[in-house]
Design a protein around this ligand. Structure first.
Ligand code: 5GP
Ligand code: ZN
Length: 149
């Protein structure tokens, strides 16, 4: 099989997160470098719900290299306090699902950062898409705060 920028080209063409990495699908991007990309979840559990993904396609944790998971973890360490502060949240949940049986719905490895108020539901997925203007506004605020972090 042809190997391209994203490894398996056919996977990259069908994966929504690979499309976001390639700039072929829209997203409210928070940070991007060669190894990781973070962006706001389209159907957030709470305002500021963010996703961190490796730029290489991996379905789940099982094929991720130590270097890639380290890059995701280091970005989480930097992004989490910024998201928590900008959303004025007393807590922040981090979770990550592997395989349909675990509830995973997008099969490109990703880590969820979910800001928690005291009444934020302890759920993995939001119920409906957020308004585009709310996502745009929050992404600008988080990006600005991240440059100072
Ligand atoms: P999973 O169930 O795989 O752990 O979570 C997938 C997450 O991706 C869900 O929270 C869902 O709302 C989010 N998601 C799915 N499609 C898109 C998309 O096109 N753009 C963004 N920003 N988030 C998405
Ligand atoms: Zn992908």
């Amino acid at each position: 099989m042809q190997q391209g920028l994203f490894g398996d080209e056919s996977v990259a063409q069908n994966c929504i997160f690979c499309k976001i990495i390639a700039g072929k699908a829209p997203a409210h991007i928070l940070y991007q470098d060669e190894q990781v990309l973070s962006f706001l979840d389209i159907s957030p559990v709470s305002a500021g719900h963010s996703l961190i993904i490796p730029t290489n396609h991996h379905d789940n944790i099982f094929s991720l290299s130590e270097e890639e998971i380290t890059a995701v973890a280091l970005h989480a360490k930097r992004l989490a306090p910024v998201v928590k502060r900008v959303t004025k949240s007393p807590g922040l949940a981090i979770h990550q699902l592997n395989g349909r049986a675990a509830g995973q719905t997008v099969f490109h490895y990703h880590m969820h950062l979910i800001p928690c108020q005291h009444d934020t539901p302890q759920q993995f997925h939001g119920r409906r898409p957020a308004s585009q203007s709310a996502l745009t506004e929050l992404a600008v605020e988080i990006r600005q705060a991240l440059t100072k972090a």
